[in-house]
Structure formats: structure tokens, C-alpha cells
Design a protein around this ligand. Structure first.
Ligand SMILES: [Zn+2]
Length: 344
């Protein structure tokens, strides 16, 4: 037994030396691991998009597990038994909330009841309410809206403690990089409080990522500004792009799926009405999404006729490693390019 412990100690020392020799990332010269007891904190994130944001905050301080894989619809994703166990054993769960992960809700609630700390990021980013038609209701209200300042106010006055889980709010806040910047700060704070990882390092990494997000916002604003205002009309598979519309002055003309998720199928009448609207407005593209089959978007395009293109965007999950959308920032840039090409 004692020999075993000595062997483990020797291996740990060797491991530490290896890290010191080839690492070099520690700017303050300390070689001690961030955790006093040597155990790695378990940070589990539901969506691939928030997983990428969290990895940018955490860096190499800890491993971040993501439950919902790339190119997968988070609205109806159900966890495996192993994933449910991972969630139960987490030191911190980071979830989108606002009813995005409907299929995970029971598992999240039971983990929370077991004492796991949960950060519902959607609750702290001043989410937009859905309006009566299901689209999110921003301040701008359509095609002539200009982006708000990067440091925006909190007009709605939501308290951070308020729970937005009744389906009243649009959960797709990541299409606004300013809100993702707010989310980044909240994630850094929650990780520091619940894992014992070094708060200064987390804040520094979060700030570096926030600088990238500010750059992204500026780039998107400039790119979308090249599309004439009257052509900034989006027809998408499901109603995921309300925050993009609100921030960059688009109007959501219609969606193939009638509600905020893809849980309800459109009727033939819904599709015919949308096809007519597309014909009337001369919209040149219907945007399908990486998380779902393009079947219905294709059917809609067929109903409209040959003059409308079907173009895939990345919506509720990042894409695979060769997709050009494997990270949140890449996803936003690729979407912007495709939208600008299709509508510009
Ligand atoms: Zn969605």
C-alpha cells in the first residue's frame, strides 16, 4: 500500500515536471495546480455553444464537458443515463435555460434538487420576450432598426434572480454577441465561485474572450450594413434568429416551423401562406439549419418556385470540426457571410 502511494507520488511529480517543462502558460511562475486537493472540478455544460464560451473562460484550468453534441437540436435532446449521471456529479452545471433544453429539464431539476449548482445563463442576459406571433420582441422592431451601443442598458429591468422558465422569453440569446459577452462574465463568476479555480485567471481569460466578442460585433455590423435595409428579411427553419434581427436590423418575415422550437409541425396551410409571402416580398433565400433536416425548407422552396435558394445556417448548435462553424465566433462569422451573400 505504502509502495503504491510512493509510486503514485512519483508519477504525480513526473507529471508536474512534464507540465512545467512543456507548458509555459503560467505567467506568474507558479507551478501548483489550481485545486488544493488535486481533484479536477467537473464543469458540465448543456449546449455546444455555451460549451465553447465556457472553454474560452476556463482555458486549460479544467475540462469542460458538453452534453448536447454539435449539429444537434437542443430543444428535444434527451440525455443518456451516463449523461444524467455526469450532470448529477457536476460541481457546476451551465445551462441555457428559458426552456431551450426542454428534453433535459427534468434531469437538470433533479440535479439541482440533489444540490448541484446550476447557472441558467438565459436568466442573466436580459432576454427578449416572445411577442404574440412567436417572434422575439426587440426595441428596434424591424428592418430599419440600427444596432444599439455595445454596452447596452437594461431597459426591461429584469432582476438576475428572476426565473424565465415559463416560455415567455426567446432562449436564442447567443445571436447577440453583446449578450454573449454578458454571459461570459456570468460564467467566469459562477466557475470561480463553485470550482475553486483561480478567479484572476478566469477573469483575465473572460476579458480576452469578451474583446473577441466586441470585435465580432463590430465586424457583423459592418458586414450586415452592406445589405440594403429593404432586403434584410429572414425566412428561417425555426424561430431562432430574433436576437440577430434585433441587434442588426433584420425582420423575421416567417419561419417554416410555427413556434420557437421544432416541436410543432407546420400545416400545409402555414407553408402555403409563407410561400405566398415570400413571392410577394421577393425574398431570395430560405435559411435551413444545421440542427434539422432541410426537408421542409426544401418543400417550401418548391412551393415558391425556382427563384428561391435554400441556404444552410448554423443555429442552436455549433457545427463539426470541418464546418467553418466549430466555435461560436466562427459560427457567427459563417452565418453572416452566408446571409450577406444570399440577401446582398
Ligand atoms: Zn431553437
Amino acid at each position: 500500500m505504502a509502495r503504491h502511494l510512493r509510486l503514485i507520488a512519483a508519477l504525480l511529480t513526473l507529471g508536474a515536471l512534464t507540465v512545467t517543462a512543456c507548458g509555459g502558460t503560467s505567467s506568474d511562475g507558479s507551478t501548483a495546480p489550481p485545486e488544493g486537493d488535486g481533484s479536477n472540478p467537473r464543469i458540465v455544460v448543456t449546449t455546444s455553444i455555451l460549451g465553447d464560451v465556457t472553454r474560452n473562460v476556463v482555458g486549460d484550468l479544467a475540462t469542460v464537458e458538453v452534453i448536447i453534441p454539435a449539429d444537434t437540436d437542443p430543444h428535444d435532446f434527451e440525455p443518456s443515463a451516463q449523461q444524467a449521471a455526469e450532470l448529477r456529479d457536476a460541481d457546476l452545471i451551465i445551462a441555457n435555460g428559458l426552456l431551450l433544453e426542454e428534453g433535459l429539464l427534468a434531469t437538470l431539476e433533479s440535479a439541482e434538487a440533489d444540490g448541484v449548482t446550476l447557472l441558467y445563463v438565459g436568466d442573466v442576459v436580459d432576454p427578449l420576450p416572445w411577442n404574440e406571433e412567436g417572434h422575439s420582441e426587440g426595441e428596434g422592431g424591424g428592418a430599419v432598426a440600427t444596432p444599439a451601443a455595445f454596452t447596452d442598458g437594461d431597459e426591461e429591468g429584469h432582476s438576475d434572480e428572476e426565473s424565465h422558465d415559463d416560455g415567455e422569453y426567446d432562449p436564442h440569446f447567443w445571436f447577440d454577441p453583446v449578450r454573449v459577452s454578458t454571459a461570459t462574465g456570468a460564467i467566469a463568476e459562477a466557475v470561480a465561485q463553485n470550482t475553486g479555480l483561480n478567479a484572476d485567471t478566469l477573469n483575465r481569460q473572460a476579458a480576452a474572450y469578451q474583446a473577441q466578442l466586441a470585435e465580432l460585433d463590430t465586424a457583423l455590423e459592418a458586414q450586415f450594413a452592406t445589405i440594403p435595409a429593404e432586403r434584410r428579411l429572414l425566412v428561417t427553419d425555426h424561430d431562432a434568429f430574433g436576437y440577430l434581427a434585433d441587434r442588426y436590423g433584420f425582420e423575421i418575415l416567417g419561419t417554416v416551423y410555427p413556434s420557437g422550437s421544432e416541436l410543432a409541425e407546420p400545416s400545409a396551410g402555414d407553408l402555403a401562406a409563407l410561400a405566398e409571402l415570400i413571392t410577394e416580398t421577393g425574398v431570395p433565400a430560405i435559411f435551413s439549419e444545421n440542427i434539422a433536416s432541410p426537408e421542409l425548407a426544401d418543400a417550401l422552396a418548391a412551393e415558391v418556385g425556382n427563384e428561391v435558394a435554400v441556404v444552410e445556417l448554423f443555429s442552436d448548435s455549433v457545427g463539426g470540426s470541418d464546418s467553418g462553424a466549430a466555435t461560436y465566433v466562427a459560427l457567427m462569422r459563417t452565418n453572416a457571410e452566408r446571409i450577406t451573400t444570399a440577401l446582398g
